[in-house]
Design a protein around this ligand. Structure first.
Ligand code: 6GU
Length: 279
């Protein structure tokens, strides 16, 4: 996979040289280029922003430096000549991800989808955002996807790009040493992860749950599943509405019943008379 990031703070992306993602770059599994938007300006002051039409607070990023930068990265696609010699529809367009609190929600499913792409481009906005015409212009060259990490506001897209590149990059073949660790983790099955423990078995008067020391793999798997249900019900009950409960074994239905949920038409439904929990 090739990833291009355009930002006015390229140094912000330095952590992508560390750890798993840095290793993936060294191993050639991930080709990652960071570009300075100011290198695509033509004025002496390398201006990237201006005042908003219609008035209001803050500054807006000017369109032309963005068009120059994005045209350059689109021309440098992995399938080298395809951008300028073929019809745009002949090769898959690279995906342009625009981090923004006004974007579509970035989830594990988004990460999985984007991990299949040949080339991703991230356009890091600052200030009040990028002139909207850039998004319209870019649609000829890219599949444009404004993306948000969640319902809060960051100062710019850089921190969001660090998160998204890590979430996507670790799904690429060979990046995570043991691919099994991608299987049983939070959100891969729509539930939160079960709690984990390591040695010593007793620590500061707290014992590891006995079932984990039992050697009974069936019992352990069931306990972990039920802990996933308990945690998800407590912390993220919204996730349970999406959960496919149609084929649950009886012990799992009982576990959900104890948490105040019944299975109705394959879906979990919170029992109206159920006590304490949230929602
Ligand atoms: Cl992706 N970008 C910015 N600037 N703020 C955010 C965000 C992204 N996600 C949540 N807040």
């Amino acid at each position: 996979m090739r990833i291009d990031v355009v930002s006015i703070f390229p140094e912000y992306l330095a952590p992508l040289e560390l750890s798993l993602i840095g290793k993936a770059r060294q191993d050639g599994l991930l080709q990652l280029n960071v570009h300075n938007l100011r290198d695509f300006t033509t004025d002496r002051h390398r201006t990237v922003d201006d005042t908003p039409y219609g008035g209001g607070a803050g500054m807006v990023m000017k369109p032309e430096p963005w068009a120059q930068a994005l045209a350059a990265v689109a021309a440098a696609r992995p399938e080298a000549a395809s951008a300028d010699t073929e019809a745009p529809e002949a090769a898959a367009k690279p995906v342009l991800i625009v981090p923004s609190p006004a974007g579509e929600r970035f989830t594990q499913a988004t990460a999985q989808e984007l991990a299949e792409e040949e080339q991703l481009v991230f356009a890091c906005g600052r200030y009040e955002g990028i002139d909207e015409r850039v998004m319209e212009w870019a649609a000829d060259h890219f599949t444009v996807r404004p993306m948000s990490l969640g319902d809060y506001v960051l100062n710019g897209g850089e921190v969001a790009v660090l998160a998204m590149v890590e979430a996507i990059g670790r799904l690429l073949p060979g990046v995570v040493g043991n691919p099994d660790s991608l299987v049983e983790e939070s959100h891969s099955d729509g539930l939160l992860e079960y709690p984990v423990y390591t040695k010593p078995s007793s620590w500061r008067d707290r014992d590891v749950p006995a079932v984990l020391l039992s050697g009974n793999h069936g019992k352990i798997a069931q306990w972990r599943r039920h802990e996933q249900y308990r945690r998800t019900a407590e912390r993220r009950p919204d996730l349970l509405a999406e959960f496919d409960a149609g084929k649950l074994p009886r012990a799992d239905r009982t576990a959900f019943a104890d948490l105040g949920y019944d299975v109705v038409d394959g879906r979990l439904r919170r029992r109206p008379d159920a006590g304490a929990g949230r929602n």
